[in-house]
Design a protein around this ligand. Structure first.
Ligand SMILES: CCCCCCCCCCCCCCCCCC(=O)NCCO
Length: 463
C-alpha cells in the first residue's frame, strides 16, 4: 500500500467522532496504566528496602540476645550510664571489654528504634571490626566506642539511600573516608540512621523508612536532616553519631533533641564516599560532623578525626590537627553573641538559653561582646538561599525523578519546580503583602548564568 492509499483509508476515520474518542480514551488509559506500573515498581523497591531493614534489625536482635545469654553478668545499665569520655578511658585501661559495650548499645539502639523509628540498617561488619580490634596492639582514641552513622555516609556492604528510591540497591563497595578513619581510631560503626527524603529538609521522614520521632516528645520531630542520629542519641541508643550539615542539619536535631553537635569549618573533614542530591552546590559549604551528649565527646571525636589517616586518605583536607592548647586553655576569651539575628524570631526559651550562657561565660571570666550580624537580609536571601538553589533547584527537582514525593515535602517541592518565570511573577505579586516569601521565591530562581555564579562565589568569599 502506498502512502497515498493509506491516507485515503485513514482520512474519513479522522472525521468520525467514535474513532477520535476511542483514540483519546486509549491514550488516556495507556498513560494511566504506565503511571500505575511505574508507581507499583517504586512501591515494590521501597517494600524490598523495608524487608532488608527488618532483616538487619532481626540480625541485631539475635546478636544482642546471644551475647546476653553467653554473658549474663554484663553491667549493661552501668555501661549505658557512662559518658563517652569515661567509657573511652575504661575501654582503654581494660576494665570494660569492647564486646560488652557494643552489645549493650546494640540492645539499647533496638529499644530506642522501636519507640522512635530511627535505625535503618545494622552495620553487620561491626562484629568483624570487634574481632579485629581485639587483635590490635595499638588502641586508637575511640577504641571500642560504638558509633552511629547517618544514612548517606557510605559503609561497605550497605546502601546509602538519601531517602530516595533511585539509590536503592546500590550497595557500596568501600567505606567512606570518615568511616575508614573512625575504624582506624578503634571506633565501631554499628548502625545507620534515618533522614528526610533528599536531606534538604528539617524534618525526618521519607517514604521508604517512615517518620522518625523525637524521643523527648513523640508529638515532635527530632529535626533534620540528621534526625535519626538526634533521636537515637537522645534516646540513649548511641553515644556518638556522625551527621552532616549544609544549613543546620547537625545543629537543628542537636537542638531539638537536647544534644551537642558541631558543624566543623568547611573542608576540615573529608566528604569522599558521601552521597548528596546537591553535590555540585558550593556556595554554602556542607560538612560532616559529630553529634553527642556533651561537648567533651565532640572534642574527643574531632581529635580522633583530624589525624594522619584522614590527611593521607584525602589530601584535599588541610593537615591541621585538633588544637589541644586552645581547647584546654583557661585564658579568657572575647566572645561575640546576639539574642536576635534580625531575621528569625527566637522563641523565649532560646533567648533565655543565650542569656544564661552569656552569664555563665561572664562569670567564668570571659569578655562578652554583643553584635548584630551585618546585612542579614542580603546574607540570608542572596548568599544563603540563592546560593543553595543557585541552579534554580534543578538538581534537587531532578533527584525526585522515578520517585514519589514525601507528603511532608510536597509544598516545598511544588515551589522548587515552578518555572523560573512563574517564580519571578509570583515574587512581584506577593512582594507588597508577603515580602519575605517574595524574596524566597526570587532566590529560588537561582543565579541564571555561570557568570553570575562566579560573582556569587566572590560575594560569599568577601561578604
Ligand atoms: C510559597 C512558598 C515559598 C516557599 C519558600 C521556600 C524557601 C526555601 C528556604 C530555604 C530552605 C533551605 C533548606 C535547606 C535545608 C538544608 C538542610 C541541610 O543542612 N542538609 C544537609 C545535609 O547534608
Amino acid at each position: 500500500m502506498t502512502q497515498e492509499q493509506l491516507w485515503q483509508v485513514l482520512d474519513p476515520l479522522w472525521a468520525d467522532p467514535r474513532v477520535l474518542s476511542a483514540l483519546f480514551c486509549g491514550s488516556a488509559a495507556t498513560i494511566v496504566l504506565l503511571k500505575w506500573l511505574g508507581h507499583r515498581q517504586i512501591q515494590q523497591k521501597m517494600e524490598e528496602a523495608r524487608r532488608t531493614r527488618d532483616l538487619a534489625l532481626e540480625r541485631m536482635e539475635k546478636a544482642a540476645r546471644r551475647f546476653k545469654q553467653e554473658n549474663p553478668g554484663t553491667q549493661t545499665a552501668h555501661i549505658l550510664s557512662l559518658t563517652m569520655v569515661e567509657l573511652a578511658e575504661k575501654l582503654k585501661e581494660g576494665s570494660l571489654s569492647p564486646e560488652s559495650v557494643l552489645y549493650s548499645y546494640i540492645g539499647k539502639a533496638l529499644e530506642v528504634n522501636q519507640e522512635v523509628n530511627c535505625v535503618i540498617d545494622f552495620v553487620h561488619g561491626c562484629e568483624d571490626q570487634l574481632q579485629k580490634l581485639k587483635k590490635q596492639k595499638e588502641k586508637g582514641l575511640l577504641y571500642g566506642i560504638p558509633v552511629s552513622i547517618k544514612d548517606h555516609i557510605d559503609c561497605k556492604g550497605h546502601v546509602s539511600t538519601g531517602g530516595l528510591v533511585k539509590f536503592l540497591g546500590q550497595v557500596k563497595e568501600e567505606d567512606s573516608v570518615i568511616v575508614q578513619v573512625l575504624k582506624s581510631q578503634g571506633a565501631i560503626p554499628f548502625v545507620k540512621t534515618n533522614i528526610p527524603q533528599t536531606m534538604i529538609n528539617y524534618d525526618c521522614s521519607n517514604l521508604i523508612f517512615g517518620q522518625t520521632l523525637n524521643p523527648l516528645n513523640h508529638q515532635k520531630t527530632p529535626g533534620g536532616s540528621s534526625g535519626g542520629e538526634g533521636a537515637l542519641i537522645a534516646g540513649g541508643g548511641s553515644l556518638l553519631g556522625i551527621g552532616s550539615d549544609v544549613a543546620g542539619s547537625i545543629r537543628l536535631p542537636s537542638s531539638f533533641c537536647g544534644l551537642c553537635g558541631l558543624k566543623p569549618t568547611g573542608f576540615r573533614i573529608s566528604k569522599l564516599g558521601v552521597i548528596s542530591p546537591i553535590a555540585g552546590m558550593s556556595s554554602v559549604i556542607g560538612m560532616l560532623g559529630p553529634i553527642a551528649r556533651d561537648v567533651d565527646s565532640l572534642a574527643l571525636c574531632m581529635k580522633a578525626l583530624l589525624c594522619e589517616e584522614m590527611f593521607r586518605l584525602d589530601p584535599t583536607v588541610p593537615p591541621i590537627p585538633f588544637d589541644e592548647e586552645v581547647y584546654t586553655s583557661s585564658k579568657p576569651l572575647r566572645i561575640g553573641y546576639y539574642e536576635e539575628d534580625g531575621y528569625f524570631q527566637p522563641s523565649p526559651s532560646m533567648k533565655r538559653a543565650v542569656q544564661q550562657t552569656r552569664k555563665l561565660l561572664q562569670e567564668a571570666g570571659h569578655t562578652i561582646v554583643p553584635f548584630a550580624p551585618p546585612k542579614i537580609d542580603y546574607m540570608v536571601d542572596e548568599l544563603f538561599t540563592r546560593g543553595i538553589f543557585s541552579d534554580g533547584a534543578a538538581h534537587l527537582v531532578d533527584s525526585f525523578k522515578g520517585d514519589i514525593v514525601d507528603p511532608n515535602l510536597k509544598s516545598q517541592f511544588n515551589t522548587y519546580r515552578l518555572p523560573a518565570l512563574l517564580k519571578r511573577i509570583l515574587a512581584i505579586i506577593l512582594k507588597p503583602i508577603y515580602p519575605r516569601i517574595a524574596r524566597d521565591l526570587s532566590a529560588l530562581c537561582g543565579v541564571g548564568s555561570a557568570k553570575n555564579l562566579w560573582d556569587q562565589h566572590v560575594a560569599v568569599a568577601v561578604g
